[in-house]
Design a protein around this ligand. Sequence first.
Ligand code: XMP
Length: 420
Amino acid sequence: MSIATIFRYLKPEVSPREDPEVFVKSVRSFIRDHVRSEDKVEIMVSGGVDSAVTATLFHLEIGDRLYVSHIDTGFMRLIRGREESEMIAEKFSDFKNFNLINARNLFYEKVMAIPDAEQKRRGFRTAYEIITDQQMVESNCNVMTQGTILPDIIETDGGIKSQHNVHLRFSKVKKVLEPLAGLCKDEVRRVAEFLWSRYKMKVLENVSRRQPFPGPGLSVRTVSTITPEKLKIEKMANDTVEQMIDEYTEERFGTNLYIDEKTGEQMPFQSFAATFDDEFIKRTDEIASLLKERTRKGIRYKILNTKVTGVRDGKRVYSHPLCIESDAKLGYDILDRLGIEIPAETSLSRVLYKVGSKVGPLGYVVAIRSVNSIDAINATVNEIPIKTIGRIADEIVKRYGVKEVYWDISPKPPATIEYE
Ligand code: XMP
């Protein structure tokens, strides 16, 4: 097996923000320059906007010489109670060469029962490499394309993110094409909207309004060791959070994804749940006095016994999340400050605020996260009223019996959007 050479369309002359049609013409010419008439091209689609747009652009240019596959890793979401992989297969029904690969057993074997975040990602990556390579041998493809976008490249090269699909090794593929490599998320959405309005392909319907979802899926949100029970809780809690925050956003903005036209900021950029084991470590007095000094309120706190990702000095770091609880209701004036000041003055990069009011029988803690962002490089907390978050927490405790629910009040940096 060898590593393929990556060709990236990094510097489009015209951004899709100015003119999506001109961008589409230029990217099609990039594809023509790199794909010969005898080449067959494979794309692994995730269900997100980046890979859907990439698949459509190739389909327009090379038709049935494009082979599309989606891997059901077992870590995909439930969306309103339905398996996302099934929905993706329906969306790609216009593509002649579409293949849904059930690889749950291999992914579970490589990822379950591993506590370390980086090792889990490596396990996921190994399974992804094996399945992708097998698929390309089967479909006899010699070129691969991916929907990688600019923030993915910046963060992977900068050591902030370790992507599951970079520098993969293949038996047959010598060339990887990344036609969206020069774009940010809002630009990809514009291309999606333009292509949808022009070609009406099912795969693009509403895709521009979908939130990003990490390649390793819920494996990075089922924090630390994954068990079947913990994964099941995570799937259901994540579905509840997505649905209830969608409903709140619809009510507030008349759409489930509000985009500020001037800045490109998306509200929310992402909303989800993460599930932790209910294990805590010893408190430190340094934090007690800091909380007292900053809030002038009686704040109880504990520290989760697992490390999660953050960003410090442009690098990925791991630290324990601080969980705080108060009898007095805290507003965003205080929560925002704590989310910034605690990481600045301690070694902890996250602050979680307790919003779950009941105590369930299962030994899990769920964190609700919802952030606004332009490009995922920076993100701010989506300031949903705490009362609404409390209602979501109550649903999670009531339906799934977890012990406690927290609201993540940490911006990126110093936190990351995901936890692993
Ligand atoms: P972080 O957690 O690093 O995430 O702030 C930034 C954005 O990237 C998504 N993400 C990933 N996407 N493969 C992906 O395709 C990955 O391994 C991965 N990890 C994080 C994350 O959901 C957010 O939008």
